[in-house]
Design a protein around this ligand. Structure first.
Ligand SMILES: [Zn+2]
Length: 303
């Protein structure tokens, strides 16, 4: 893989291996859409205003690990306070052109490292547009590898709750909190996993599982945590049955994503990587585009 030094960014950037049109020929003529498993990362959602999410293997900017979450009630209160403040803005994010174009394709499946639910939102939007068309293609299955912020899970017994319901309960438990800390929930800076910068979280009342009293946590994979086995198997099934892998908007810094690239390369399947910066998978890429993900996917879907 050829690389060029980018003096503006002060780092080595990859070089495109082929023009996008040639890569899209391979995607659509040598193969068909249903042959491809697609792995997506944070770069997919940046145009939607979703900040980079810290995956399970990347050192968190704030040291919230699963161990800290479990063993420190004050840290848990801090986490939930920040999450409660950040949810209205995170919830209002919309799929962008990249999600919408990708949702036009009937792929072997989409495996995403994102926790924002925007692939599903895009699929719903596309399905609504197609409601009157006969024989519209089936939507691609989506696996949220690192979970989804719209769900909350009970750590004792796996009870699941809708995030909006938990939000309302937290608001009831903390009626004066936003005013007391002087923050408008819509205006605060939203940090990568949907929480906010907020230090004064003493006194925030957290919610325990209403079914069993267990601890509640957003159903996303934290640093130090692992992806649930059933989800890994579902993702593996998609990747195994696909003829090749397309990576969109991921630096592949997280091992849970990189291993799909390694596995595809090992089996001799074609690997396509579309990401503007360097990735940990570049050495495995047969086809490399440094175009914006939205531009590339729009061109793909237009074929
Ligand atoms: Zn429970």
């Amino acid at each position: 893989m050829a690389v060029i030094f980018d003096p503006l960014r002060g780092r080595v950037r990859p070089e495109a291996s082929h023009p996008d049109a040639a890569i899209i020929d391979v995607l659509t003529k040598t193969y068909s859409d249903a042959d491809w498993a697609v792995l997506t990362g944070a770069g997919m959602s940046t145009d939607s205003g979703v900040p980079d999410y810290r995956g399970p293997d990347s050192p968190p900017r704030n040291p919230m690990t699963i161990q800290t979450f479990l063993s420190h009630p004050d840290q848990r209160a801090r986490y939930w306070a920040r999450s409660w403040m950040g949810w209205p803005r995170m919830r209002s994010t919309q799929p962008n052109q990249a999600h919408l174009a990708l949702a036009e394709l009937s792929l072997a499946g989409i495996i995403t490292q994102n926790v924002d639910g925007l692939h599903q939102a895009a699929a719903e939007a596309v399905a609504a547009d197609r409601a009157t068309e006969a024989g519209a293609p089936a939507p691609s299955p989506v696996i949220d590898l690192h979970g989804s912020l719209d769900r909350v899970i009970c750590l004792s017994n796996g009870h699941l709750f809708d995030r909006d319901w938990v939000q309302r309960r937290l608001s009831e438990l903390n009626p004066d909190f936003a005013e007391a800390v002087g923050i408008d929930p819509i205006d605060v800076e939203t940090a990568p996993d949907g929480d906010v910068e907020l230090e004064d979280t003493a006194g925030f009342a957290v919610l325990d599982c209403p079914e069993c009293g267990g601890l509640l946590k957003p159903d996303v994979v934290y640093f130090g945590d692992s992806v649930p086995a059933a989800r890994v198997q579902a993702a593996n099934r998609i990747a195994d049955e696909a003829a090749g892998l397309v990576v969109l908007g991921s630096s592949l810094a997280v091992l849970s994503g990189l291993r799909f690239v390694r596995a595809a390369a090992k089996e001799g399947k074609p690997v396509v990587i579309v990401t503007d910066g360097p990735t940990r998978g570049d050495e495995f890429a047969d086809f490399r585009s440094i175009s914006r993900v939205a531009d590339f996917v729009t061109a793909w879907a237009a074929r």
